[in-house]
Design a protein around this ligand. Sequence first.
Ligand SMILES: Cc1cc2nc3c(=O)[nH]c(=O)nc-3n(C[C@H](O)[C@H](O)[C@H](O)COP(=O)(O)O)c2cc1C
Length: 322
Amino acid sequence: MMNALSTLLAMRRVPVFNASMAGAAGVDLASAVSAAGGIGMLGVPSTPDAEALDSAGARLHNEGAVWGAGFLSFALETDLSPLTRVLAHQPSVVSLGFGRSDTAIAAVRETESALLMQVGNAAELEQAIDAAPDGIIVRGGEAGGHGRNEIATLPFLQLALERTNIPLFAAGGITTARGLAAVMAAGAAGAWIGTRFTVAEESEFPDAAKQRLVAAQPGDTVYTRTFDIAQRASWPPHYGGRALVNDFTDAWHECLDRLETRAQADDAFVADMIAARREARFDTAPIYAGEGSALMTRIEPARDIIEELAGFRAHLSDAASR
Ligand SMILES: Cc1cc2nc3c(=O)[nH]c(=O)nc-3n(C[C@H](O)[C@H](O)[C@H](O)COP(=O)(O)O)c2cc1C
């Protein structure tokens, strides 16, 4: 089924959103992705800086961009103001993930913004179908960042396509034009791509993180709660995160109970992880990224990433002629 959102995406140069990644997808990335012909998304963290959020929304609105922002539902349940702040700047689309917030859904529905919901397993998919959003992001376990690790992107997309006519956007491991062609051929209305855009020049990731990402090999990511436990972070335990392996995951991923005990008892240990993030010490700090990191070879402008992804149409016609 086509609706206003899938039609809007189909009219873009590529049917792609950059995923709303807190810490990577700031206003520069969203603006560049929109300008190049995708839909640029801001990643809004659980406690964003209000002024920065306002100026990002104002800039994207003034640029006339097709843009949006993505939020953590569990954080909006405590404080809805980041969402209302962004809605005031009339984003084309708002994405809600990580739990369900009926208050947030209602707030988006009062506006002209399209509503996207991101899901990571069959139960979340059914909940989203019930809420009847404009689109559903179907996220497989190979994806980067926080989420579930229960089903991979392709099986999940096939399952969801059997279950609903709501436009579906595939997420998790879609990295190049070939991957985009695969999910479009299967029936997705588009793709929601995170990891590939972490190494865009406009991404907020520190250069040291981008360098590690372009050097990453197959098997270099792990789905883990180590970093959240080590920071006493507020993420619900059923949302681990996929990140590059490093010395810290080598030491702790296999012994989470011991890590939990240490992090509860040792303030200096927790402070060191928080400092490591600030200081970009990536033997200790996380670099959240998905399995697609094995395919990335260079840091490049978002425009070039969009250009490469636009090659999906040639792969589709090759496949049709085979
Ligand atoms: C560095 C990073 C940060 C992320 N932060 C968020 C976030 O703040 N909110 C969100 O909804 N999803 C977040 N995600 C998950 C993405 O929305 C998306 O599901 C994922 O990136 C898609 O898979 P891919 O990374 O394989 O392309 C993040 C992903 C990464 C890699």
